[in-house]
Ligand binder design. Structure first.
Ligand SMILES: *Cc1c(COP(=O)(O)O)cnc(C)c1O
Length: 458
C-alpha cells in the first residue's frame, strides 16, 4: 500500500464503519473524577441523574469500565445518511505552505446541521425516544447544537425546546430558522419564562446571555415538565463517547493506507470533537502501543485549559447542575462580547481535563484574528469554508506544518475540521472589515472568577 499514492479523500465502505463507540475512560489509569451533587457534594448516583437525563445516557455517563458500547442499528442507519465523513489529504495546503509535513483533516461539516454535533444528537434523541419521553430541552450558543438536535428530534418524532443564548438568537436568525424548520421551539436566554432566567435578569439586566445561563434554564424546564429530559451537546462523557465515531473512522481510514499520525489536533470548546477524534489514538498511547502528540486548541479569550484551574466547578451559571472536576475559568466567567469564534464555554470535559492534568495532552490558545486569517487562507487553498471553531485547529495545524518546513521533519498531522462556516459570515464580515479585535482576559479577571469556585473537600 505504501507505494500507492494516497487519495485526496479516503472514504470507508459502509461495512467498514464503526459498529461500537469507544469509551476511552475504560483505558484511563486515572479516571475522571465523579460528578458531585451541587448541594451535598456527594457523588451523583444514577438515580440522582435520571431526573435530568434519560436512563441509558446516565448509564453511559457513569460507566468508566466498559470499553465499547454497541451503536444501535437505528443510529447506524442514520449515520449512513451522512457518514462516513471524508478524511481529506490536504495536498493543496501542503504545497502552498511548501512543507514536508503530510496534513490530513477529518471533515464533519458535510451534513445540514453543519457540524460534528449531529453524531451525538441522534444518539441522545434515540435513547430519549426509546424511553418513551415526549421531548427534550437544551441550550445552544452559536446554534450548531440546537440545529443538530432539532434534526435528530424530528427524525425520531420528539419535541425539542431550545434555549438559545440571546446574542446569538438576535444575531443568527438563519440558525434559528433552520431549527424551526425541523420543528423545534427556540427561545432567547435568559428569559422571563424560568425562575433562574428571572433571577439572572434581575442581577444582570440587559445581559446578552451565556451558555451557562441557557443550560440553567433548559435544566429547569426539563425537570419541571413531565415527560421531558435535558440533553447537552458537549462536555459530558456520553457526548465524547458518541463522538468517538470521528476518531474510529479516521483511524480505520488511516490504517487502510498504513498512515500513522504523529500530531493530532482539535479545537476545544467543551472537548467533544477533540475527545472523539483522539479517543482511539489516546487509548493506544495509554496502553503503551503507540506514541502521539495531542494538541487542544482554544481561544485566548476563553482559555480553560491554558489559564484555567483544575478543580470542581459548576457546569452552569445558575449552579443547578452537578459539579464537575475540570479545567475551568469559573462558572461566572463570561467571554468578552467581541469574541466571535465560538468555543465560549467556561469549563471543559472532565475526561480531557484529567488527560491534560496527567500530561498526556498539550493545549495552546490562539487569538481570534489569527484564527480568521488561517480560516481565510484555508478556504482559498483547500476550497472548504471552515467554521470559526474548526479554524482554531487549522491555525495550529498550519503552524505545526510551518515548523516542519523549518526543521525539515516529515511529520504527519491530523486535525479535526468540525464544521462549515456558512452560518458565521457575520464574523467573517467583521474580520474582512477590520473591526474584529482580540481580547485576552487579564490575570485579575481570571482570578476574580476562580475565587468563586465552590469549596469541595477531596
Ligand atoms: C460546538 C462546536 C465545536 C466545539 O465543541 P466541542 O464539544 O469542543 O467539540 C467545535 N466546532 C464546531 C463546528 C462546533 O459546532
Amino acid at each position: 500500500m505504501s507505494v500507492e499514492k494516497i487519495p485526496y479523500k479516503i472514504y470507508l465502505e459502509e461495512s467498514e464503519m464503526p459498529t461500537a463507540w469507544y469509551n476511552l475512560r475504560a483505558d484511563m489509569k486515572n479516571k475522571p473524577a465523579p460528578l458531585l451533587d451541587p448541594k451535598t457534594h456527594k457523588p451523583m448516583t444514577a438515580a440522582d441523574l435520571e431526573g435530568v437525563f434519560c436512563e441509558e445516557l446516565v448509564k453511559q455517563e457513569l460507566d468508566d469500565t466498559t470499553p465499547y458500547f454497541e451503536i444501535p442499528e437505528e443510529i447506524r442507519n442514520f449515520y449512513k445518511m451522512y457518514r462516513p465523513s471524508p478524511l481529506v489529504r490536504a495536498y493543496c495546503l501542503e504545497e502552498k505552505l511548501g512543507t514536508p509535513a503530510k496534513i490530513y483533516y477529518k471533515f464533519e461539516g458535510n451534513n445540514t446541521s453543519g457540524s460534528h454535533k449531529l453524531n451525538s444528537a441522534i444518539a441522545q434523541a434515540y435513547y430519549s425516544k426509546k424511553q418513551g419521553l415526549k421531548g427534550v430541552t437544551t441550550e445552544t450558543g452559536a446554534g450548531q447544537w440546537g440545529t443538530a438536535l432539532s434534526m435528530a428530534c424530528s427524525y425520531f418524532g420528539l419535541d425539542c425546546r431550545v434555549h438559545m443564548v440571546k446574542c446569538s438568537y438576535e444575531q443568527k436568525p438563519f440558525r434559528r430558522e433552520v431549527m424551526r424548520t425541523y420543528g423545534a421551539t427556540v427561545s432567547p436566554s435568559p428569559s422571563m419564562d424560568t425562575e433562574v432566567g428571572r433571577k439572572i435578569l434581575a442581577e444582570h439586566p440587559g445581559t446578552s446571555g451565556s451558555l451557562g445561563c441557557a443550560i440553567s434554564e433548559a435544566v429547569e424546564v426539563a425537570t419541571t415538565t413531565e415527560g421531558y429530559r435535558y440533553v447537552l451537546g458537549s462536555v459530558l462523557n456520553q457526548v465524547m463517547l458518541h463522538q468517538s465515531v470521528i476518531g474510529l473512522e479516521a483511524k480505520t481510514a488511516m490504517d487502510k493506507y498504513g498512515i500513522k499520525p504523529d500530531i493530532i489536533i482539535g479545537c476545544a470548546g467543551g472537548g467533544s470533537n477533540l475527545g472523539g477524534l483522539i479517543a482511539p489514538f489516546m487509548g493506544e498511547m495509554i496502553r503503551g502501543e503507540a506514541e502521539y502528540k495531542f494538541i487542544a486548541v482554544e481561544p485566548s479569550s476563553c482559555p480553560s485549559f491554558t489559564r484555567g484551574t483544575f478543580a470542581y466547578d459548576y457546569c452552569d451559571t445558575g449552579m443547578v447542575c452537578p459539579l464537575s472536576k475540570m479545567c475551568t475559568l469559573g462558572s461566572s466567567f463570561i467571554p468578552a462580547a467581541n469574541h466571535s469564534g465560538g468555543l465560549r464555554y467556561h469549563g471543559m470535559s472532565s475526561t480531557l481535563s484529567q488527560l491534560y492534568h496527567d500530561g498526556l495532552m498539550d493545549a495552546i490558545s490562539v487569538k481570534q484574528t489569527e484564527v480568521f486569517a488561517a480560516a481565510e487562507y484555508f478556504a482559498r487553498v483547500e476550497g472548504t469554508l471552515p467554521a470559526p471553531e474548526s479554524s482554531h485547529a487549522i491555525k495550529a495545524a498550519i503552524d505545526e506544518a510551518i515548523r516542519c518546513k523549518e526543521t525539515g521533519e516529515e511529520k504527519t498531522i491530523l486535525f479535526g475540521l468540525t464544521g462549515t462556516g456558512y452560518f458565521d459570515m457575520m464574523s467573517y464580515e467583521k474580520f474582512h472589515n477590520g473591526t474584529m479585535t482580540d481580547y485576552v482576559p487579564t490575570d485579575e479577571e481570571i482570578a476574580v472568577n476562580i475565587a468563586k469556585l465552590p469549596h469541595v473537600e477531596e
